[in-house]
Design a protein around this ligand. Sequence first.
Ligand SMILES: [Ca+2]
Length: 430
Amino acid sequence: MVILFRKFKKQFILPLVMTLFLPNCANTKTQKITSKDKNQTPKVIIVEAEDFTENSGNVTLLNNGFVKTSQDGSWLNYSVNIPVSGRYIVRLFAKNKEVKAANCWIEDYIGNKEGRKYNITRNMTVSENSSNSFVQTDGSPLAAMTHLMKLHIGKSVLLIDRIEFTLILEHKASPLVIKQNTTGKDWKLTWSDEFNGKGFPDQTKWTYDIGNWGWGNNEPQYYTKKRLENARQEGGNLIIEARKNDAGKPWTSARLTTRGKESFLYGKIEFRAKVPVGRGTWSAAWLLGDSYVDELSWPYCGEVDVLENVGSEIDDNTGNGKTHGSVHYEGYYFKKGNQTPFITDVENMNREFHNYTLEWLPSGMTMYVDGKKYFDYQLTEPRSLTWPYNKIPQNLILNLAMGGGMGGEIDPALTSQKLIFDYVRVYELK
Ligand SMILES: [Ca+2]
């Protein structure tokens, strides 16, 4: 049982002048963790606005504990102790007394050695003339550790109250790792979902990734949990449907994963799928390392994209398009500038099912579309020095994103798009 316990800062009369200009200095207070019992795992982490460790220099601490930001744009840094790895709801409590909306976002791991910007909330808009309200992003992944975060506030005068992090899903490794035999000459089926059921996806095989934090790619869709409109078995298929202006969100969709159920080490993995056309769609069937906890885990945990297609690369008339095969890890990702794109043409992508297949062995990986090899990545030095795929099991992910870094601008005419899977099959060598 989580008891919300926080100081009622608005009722305190602080020994300060009405407003106090704050130099760019450190504040040593730490955030409150809400839990009645100190030994109990806290579920809500509260970071008070005034507990910043650094600021942009143009913010003002008010005597009621709010921090007032500036028309010139402001930022506030916070040290946030996350006690449990998992997915969180992030809420920003702020008042906006101005006549225009204010845009905010939260950056994690500021000052990281890789020089990367980890946006864990996408843009959060505080409406004009709003008071005592909050804006919210769901599903942000956070590892258990002390995070240095930066709250970015656009050119707006806001009264910031606090940020809350609410745990919605604890991170757990998959209880079952299916390690495949890798020698022999024939592939033998070891796991599959034929999607012959009705209604919800098989909950013994799949869990839901939920939320709208942007998924590291500034994606606008909200992935829902257990909602037939977004993910269902029907007619022998799994349908993942992205829907516009649905459930109070600009776009809803679904992202299914085997994480938490089973993961795989080696084997042949075959996705039989039919993708949607339409500018802005981003279809994917892929693998992500079990050691992924938050964005800092990537790409060290591994990611293998077996089917990756964007609607803007499909000819709406012929249905001919492209799929991208990629293997991401420390030795091979955008920061290294050594990505060799493996892209192949696929005819009639949206009207016929095609087989998108990965063969993953200790020696490397190959990929095929309808049995035709187009991807060959063999494990040679120096690749082997940082190669995670001989030790970190990978879980399977099926999702339909809209827009974002790769999906691009969404055709405003789109209202509903479907990514359809006939089956997912996993084999080992015998
Ligand atoms: Ca089927």
